[in-house]
Design a protein around this ligand. Structure first.
Ligand code: HEM
Length: 433
C-alpha cells in the first residue's frame, strides 16, 4: 500500500506474527453512538493494555486502556498528534479519509492540540505566557456571580417542573466563563452562542456544517481585530501580545484564530460533562453527598472522583506512531493510529482496584487519574475547569438541598458520541414536590 493509494480502510498493523495478539486481526468495532462506553472499554481491556479497534468509517486504531501504558505513550516523543506528518493513511488531507471519514475533523484541525515536537512547544510556550494561574484565579468572583445568576434563573422554574441542569445550568455557565476568559464583547455573544450550538447539531448537513464553520471563523477574525484595536485584560489580548522573546513575532493571524477556536472547542463541552456527571453521580449516591455534608470528604474529592469515574473526554482521536513502538505484547508499527481511552484508564483496576467501577469519593486513588491528559498536551484549562466545578457544585447543592433526579438513570440518554462523555439532558427537580 503506497501513501498515495491508501484505501479508506486502513490496514491492520504489520508485525512479527509470533508476537501478535489475536485482537490485531479482529479489531473490536467501536460504537460511534457511544451507547455504553464503559462496557466497550471493559471489552477492549479484556484484550490487553492496548487493543485494535475499528472506528466509524472502517479506520483501524489501537486503543489504550491501561493507565501505565498511557502515561508512557503520552510522554514518548515517538507518539505524535500530527496526521499530516505521521499518518500515511491521511494522505496529507488530500485523500478519501479527508473527504468522507466521519472523524476527519479531529485530525484535520491544525491547532496546538494536534501539533508535534517543536511546533507544539512554541505554541504551548506562548499560551503559557497568556493563560496564567493568575488569570484563572482572577476569574473566581466572575464565576461566582455567573453561578449565582444561573441559580436564580433556574429557581424561577414552576415548582414541580423539571429543570435540565445540564442545558440550563452547566452549559450556560461553561460557555459564559469561556466568554469572560476570552473577553468576548457582549454584543458578539448571541451570534457566538448560536454558532457554537449549531456546531454540535449532529443533524446538520455538510453544507450547513461548512457554513457554520465559516461564520465562526469570521466571528473570531472580527474578535481578534477588535482586540488589536482595544486590548483588554483578557486571554485574547494576552495571546496577541505573547512573545517567546524580544525578537519573536508571536502567534500569527491564523494561529491566533485557531487558538481561540481551540479554547472554545476544548473548554466548554468538557466542563459541561464534568458538571453533568458530578451532579448525576452525587444525586444517585446520596451517601457520598452526605460524606461532604458531614465534613468527611471535600468537594475537591467529589470533583476528582467524577473526573476519574466518568472522564469527560472518553476517548481522544488520534495519535500516530512516528516509529515502531514496543508496547507489551505488541508492536505499534510506524504510521499506526492510536486512541487514548481516558474513560477506560480512569477505571483501570491495576490502579483503582477491583471496585474501580464504583463512585467513591473517599477512594484513596481518586486523584490518580489522567482525565485532563498527561505529558506535553495535558490540559491548559484544568485549573479553570476545577475552579468552575468547585464553585458550581457547592453553590447548587446549598441552594437546592432537596434537589433530585426527575427521571430514573435508565431513562437518561448518553450523548451520541464515543468522545464526549455526558448525558443529552439531565432533568432534575429542585425540590421534592
Ligand atoms: C473538565 C474539563 C476539561 C477536561 C476533562 C479536559 C480534558 C483535556 C484533555 C484530556 C486534554 C489532552 C488531550 C490529549 O490527549 O492530547 C486537554 C487538552 C487541552 N485542553 Fe482541556 N479539558 C477540560 C477543560 C478545558 C478548558 C476549560 C480549557 C480552556 C479554557 C481547555 C483547553 C485545552 C487545550 C487548549 C488543550 C490542548 C493542550 C495542548 O495540546 O497542548 N480544556 N484537555
Amino acid at each position: 500500500m503506497t501513501e498515495q493509494s491508501a484505501p479508506l480502510r486502513t490496514d491492520p498493523p504489520h508485525t512479527d506474527p509470533s508476537r501478535t495478539d489475536p485482537s490485531r486481526t479482529d479489531p473490536l468495532p467501536i460504537d460511534p453512538s457511544g451507547s455504553d462506553i464503559h462496557a466497550e472499554g471493559a471489552r477492549l481491556r479484556a484484550r490487553g493494555p492496548v487493543a485494535q479497534a475499528e472506528l466509524p468509517g472502517g479506520v483501524t486504531a489501537w486503543v489504550v486502556t491501561d493507565d501505565a501504558l498511557a502515561r508512557s505513550l503520552l510522554t514518548d516523543d515517538r507518539v505524535s498528534k500530527d496526521a499530516y506528518l505521521h499518518w500515511p493513511a491521511w494522505e496529507n488531507g488530500e485523500g478519501e479519509l479527508a473527504r468522507s471519514w466521519p472523524l476527519a475533523s479531529w485530525v484535520a484541525e491544525r491547532s496546538m492540540i494536534n501539533a508535534y515536537g517543536g511546533d507544539h512547544r512554541r505554541l504551548r510556550k506562548l499560551v503559557a505566557k497568556a493563560f496564567t494561574a493568575r488569570r484563572t484565579a482572577a476569574l473566581r468572583p466572575t464565576v461566582q456571580t455567573l453561578v449565582a445568576d444561573l441559580l436564580d434563573d433556574i429557581a424561577a422554574t414552576t415548582p414541580g417542573h423539571p429543570v435540565d441542569i445540564r442545558g440550563d445550568f452547566a452549559y450556560p455557565l461553561a460557555i459564559r466563563v469561556i466568554c469572560e476568559l476570552l473577553g468576548i464583547p457582549h454584543d458578539m455573544r448571541a451570534d457566538l452562542f448560536r454558532v457554537v450550538a449549531d456546531m454540535f447539531r449532529t443533524s446538520a448537513t455538510l453544507e450547513e456544517v461548512q457554513a457554520t464553520g465559516e461564520e465562526l471563523h469570521g466571528l473570531m477574525t472580527a474578535l481578534i481585530a477588535h482586540k488589536r484595536r482595544t486590548p483588554g485584560d483578557d486571554l485574547v489580548s494576552a495571546l496577541i501580545a505573547a512573545r517567546d522573546d524580544e525578537e519573536s513575532a508571536g502567534l500569527d493571524e491564523v494561529e491566533l484564530v485557531d487558538m481561540v477556536l481551540l479554547m472554545i472547542g476544548a473548554g466548554h463541552e468538557t466542563t459541561v460533562n464534568l458538571l453533568d456527571q458530578a451532579i448525576h453521580s452525587l444525586l444517585t449516591h446520596p451517601e457520598q453527598l452526605r460524606l461532604i455534608e458531614n465534613g468527611d470528604a471535600s468537594w475537591d474529592d467529589a470533583i476528582d472522583e467524577a473526573l476519574r469515574h466518568e472522564a469527560p473526554i472518553a476517548n481522544l482521536p488520534m495519535r500516530f506512531a512516528v516509529e515502531d513502538i514496543e508496547a507489551g505484547q505488541v508492536t505499534i508499527a510506524k504510521g499506526d493510529a492510536l486512541i487514548i481511552s481516558y474513560s477506560a484508564i480512569g477505571r483501570d483496576p491495576a490502579v483503582h482496584g477491583a471496585d474501580a467501577d464504583a463512585f467513591d469519593i473517599s477512594r484513596p486513588t481518586r486523584q490518580d487519574h489522567i482525565s485532563f491528559g498527561y505529558g506535553v498536551h495535558r490540559c491548559v484549562g484544568a485549573p479553570l475547569a476545577r475552579l468552575e466545578a468547585s464553585l458550581a457544585l457547592p453553590m447548587l447543592f446549598a441552594r437546592f438541598p432537596g434537589i433530585s433526579l426527575a427521571v430514573t438513570t435508565d431513562r437518561l440518554q448518553p450523548l451520541e458520541s464515543f468522545v464526549s462523555n455526558g448525558h443529552r439532558t439531565l432533568p432534575v427537580l429542585l425540590k421534592q414536590a
